[in-house]
Ligand binder design. Structure first.
Ligand SMILES: Cc1cc2nc3c(=O)[nH]c(=O)nc-3n(C[C@H](O)[C@H](O)[C@H](O)COP(=O)(O)OP(=O)(O)OC[C@H]3O[C@@H](n4cnc5c(N)ncnc54)[C@H](O)[C@@H]3O)c2cc1C
Length: 457
C-alpha cells in the first residue's frame, strides 16, 4: 500500500483541474481513471466537444454533398480532434510534478483507503489524507422491452458519435437537451429525425420561458424534425437491419421504423463500482452523493465534485466545484454552494437557446412584480448578415428594483451573448446599464440595447 496526500477518482473537469493544482502546491496526488478513452473526462471525449464539433460540421454541410459520405468524414474529423485533446489532457496531468495518472477502476476499502483494479492486471491500494470523487454520470437506460444499447442500431449519445454509418432515419427517445441537440445535428446532416417524448406538447422545454420554448419548438419543426409528444415507448425490436419502436399514445398502439435509435433519457450519477458503503458515504434518494455546501460528503476528508454529486450537469459546474474545494482547503471556505452565482444554460440546437434565471411564469409565481420585453431576432442586423433570422430574445425584470430576473436568448450566437447577461446579473446591474451600454457593431450582443430599451416602451 502506498501513502499519498490526495486520491482523485475520475478524470473529469474538476478532477483534472484539482490534480494539477494540488501537484503544483507540492502535494502527492494520484488521479485514477478507468478508461484511457476518457482522459480529460466526459466533456472532451464523449459529450460537449464532440457534439459541438458535429453540430458545427452539420451546420456547414453543403447542399449538394452526399449525406452518408459527408457524415462519415465528419465523424472521422471529430475522432481526430478528440484523440488530440485526449492525449493533451493526459500529458498535462501526468507531466505535472507530484501527480500520477493511475489506469484502473477505483473502489473504497475504508474511509481513507482506495483500491484500484489496474487495467494492466493486478490491484494496488492507496491511502490518503483526502479523497475526491469526480466520477461523473452515465446514461440512464429506461427499462423498455428489447432496449439494449448495441452501439450499432441502438445508441447512447456516446456510441452514436462514433458510428460512421449515416442514419437515413433516426428516432430519438427523450426531448431533454441532449435529445434536442442531436435532433438538430442529425437533421442538418440530412437524417429524417423523430423525437419521442412522454411529456405533453405544452411542457416542451419546461425549464425555459413558455413564449421562448414555443418559438424553439416551432423552429425545430420548421427544420423538419418530427415530434411525438405524450408518447410512451413500450418495445424495441430489430427487423432486417431496421429498428421497430412500438409506442402507446392516447391509449392506442403504433410503430415507428428507423435505422437507428438514440436513447437520451437523462444521466445518473456514476457510483456503481465505488463501494461507497465501505467508507460510510451516503447517497441521496436519486443516487447522487450527499454533500454539504463545501462539497464534503458524509465522511470527513472525502469530497464529491461534478455530476456525481447531483444538480445541474455541466462542465462549468464541475469546474466551479473545484473552486469551492480549493476555497475550503486553502482559504476560508467562503466560496461555497450557498454563494454560487446564477448559472447560465445553453441547448446547442441551431440556432442555440441560452438562458439564465427565472422565466416570466416562474417570476410571477414567486411573487415578483415583473416587467418583460421581447425582441424578434429578425430585427437584428447581424442576424440578417448571417442569414439566420430565426428566434426571439426575452428578458424578465423585477419592476421594484430594475434588476434582471431572467433572460432567454434564442438566436444565432446566443451561447456567447448570454455570458454578458450572467455578468450583469451576478454584479447586480440594473437592466438600464445594459440598455445604455456601448456594444460593438455589427454583433448579436448590440441587440441588448433594443431588448432592454423595450422595457420602457
Ligand atoms: C452528449 C452530451 C453533451 C454535453 N454537452 C455539454 C455542453 O455543451 N456543455 C456543458 O457544460 N456540459 C455538457 N454536457 C455535460 C458534461 O459533459 C458533464 O456535466 C461533465 O462532463 C461532467 O464532468 P465531471 O467532472 O462530473 O466528470 P466526468 O468528466 O464525467 O469524468 C468522470 C470520469 O470518471 C471516470 N470514472 C468513473 N467511475 C470510476 C471509477 N470507479 N474509477 C476510476 N474512474 C472512474 C469516468 O471514466 C470518467 O472519465 C454534455 C453531456 C453529454 C452527455
Amino acid at each position: 500500500m502506498e501513502k499519498v496526500d490526495n486520491i482523485i477518482i475520475g478524470f473529469g473537469k474538476a478532477g483534472k483541474t484539482l490534480a494539477t493544482d494540488l501537484g503544483n502546491r507540492g502535494e502527492t496526488t494520484v488521479l485514477i481513471e478507468r478508461d484511457p478513452n476518457m482522459y480529460g473526462g466526459t466533456c472532451i471525449n464523449v459529450a460537449c466537444i464532440p457534439s459541438k464539433k458535429l453540430a458545427d460540421l452539420a451546420s456547414k454541410k453543403p447542399a449538394d454533398v452526399n449525406n452518408a459520405k459527408y457524415y462519415k468524414e465528419s465523424i472521422q474529423e471529430k475522432k481526430d480532434l478528440i484523440s488530440k485533446l485526449n492525449h493533451a489532457n493526459y500529458s498535462n496531468v501526468q507531466e505535472t510534478d507530484n501527480v500520477r495518472v493511475i489506469d484502473g477502476e477505483a473502489s473504497f476499502v475504508n474511509e481513507n483507503k482506495v483500491s484500484v483494479q489496474l487495467n494492466s492486471g493486478g490491484e494496488v491500494t492507496y491511502q490518503a489524507d483526502r479523497i475526491f470523487i469526480n466520477t461523473g454520470s452515465t446514461p440512464n437506460i429506461p427499462a423498455i422491452d428489447g432496449l439494449e444499447v448495441d452501439g450499432q442500431f441502438i445508441h447512447t449519445s456516446r456510441t452514436l458519435m462514433d458510428d460512421e454509418v449515416f442514419p437515413e432515419k433516426l428516432t430519438i427517445i427523450g426531448d431533454g437537451f441532449i435529445g434536442l441537440e442531436f435532433a438538430s445535428i442529425y437533421r442538418q446532416f440530412g437524417s429524417e429525425v423523430r423525437v419521442i417524448s412522454d411529456s405533453p406538447r405544452d411542457e416542451f422545454m419546461k425549464v425555459a420561458d413558455n413564449e421562448v420554448a414555443k418559438a424553439v419548438l416551432e423552429a425545430l419543426e420548421d427544420m423538419g424534425i418530427e415530434f411525438s409528444f405524450g408518447t410512451e415507448t413500450t418495445k424495441i425490436s430489430k427487423k432486417d437491419s431496421k429498428i421497430k419502436l412500438t409506442y402507446k399514445h392516447d391509449g392506442k398502439t403504433g410503430e415507428y421504423e428507423s435505422d437507428k435509435v438514440l436513447v437520451a433519457t437523462g444521466r445518473k450519477p456514476n457510483v456503481e463500482h465505488l463501494n461507497l458503503e465501505a467508507a460510510n458515504i451516503r447517497l441521496n434518494e436519486n443516487g447522487s452523493i450527499q454533500i454539504n455546501k463545501h462539497l464534503e460528503t458524509s465522511t470527513k476528508n472525502v469530497y464529491a465534485l461534478g455530476d456525481v454529486k447531483g444538480g445541474p450537469q455541466h462542465t462549468y459546474v464541475s469546474l466551479d466545484d473545484y473552486r469551492i474545494v480549493v476555497s475550503r482547503l486553502f482559504d476560508d471556505g467562503s466560496y461555497n454552494l450557498s454563494v454560487r452565482d446564477y448559472l447560465p444554460h445553453v441547448t446547442f440546437i441551431n440556432p442555440p437557446i441560452a438562458y439564465i434565471g427565472l422565466s416570466e411564469e416562474l417570476a410571477r409565481a414567486n411573487g415578483y412584480n415583473v416587467k418583460v420585453a421581447t425582441l424578434p431576432v429578425e430585427s437584428i442586423p447581424k442576424a440578417k448578415l448571417l442569414k439566420s433570422t430565426t428566434g426571439v430574445y426575452k428578458v424578465i425584470i423585477d419592476a421594484d428594483t430594475n434588476l434582471i430576473l431572467g433572460t432567454f436568448l434564442f438566436g444565432e450566437e446566443s451561447h456567447e451573448v448570454i455570458n454578458i447577461i450572467t455578468t450583469a446579473m451576478n454584479a447586480d446591474l440594473t437592466y438600464k446599464e445594459l440598455a445604455n451600454q456601448i456594444y460593438t457593431h455589427p454583433t448579436m450582443a448590440e441587440a441588448l440595447n433594443n431588448l432592454f430599451g423595450n422595457i420602457d416602451k
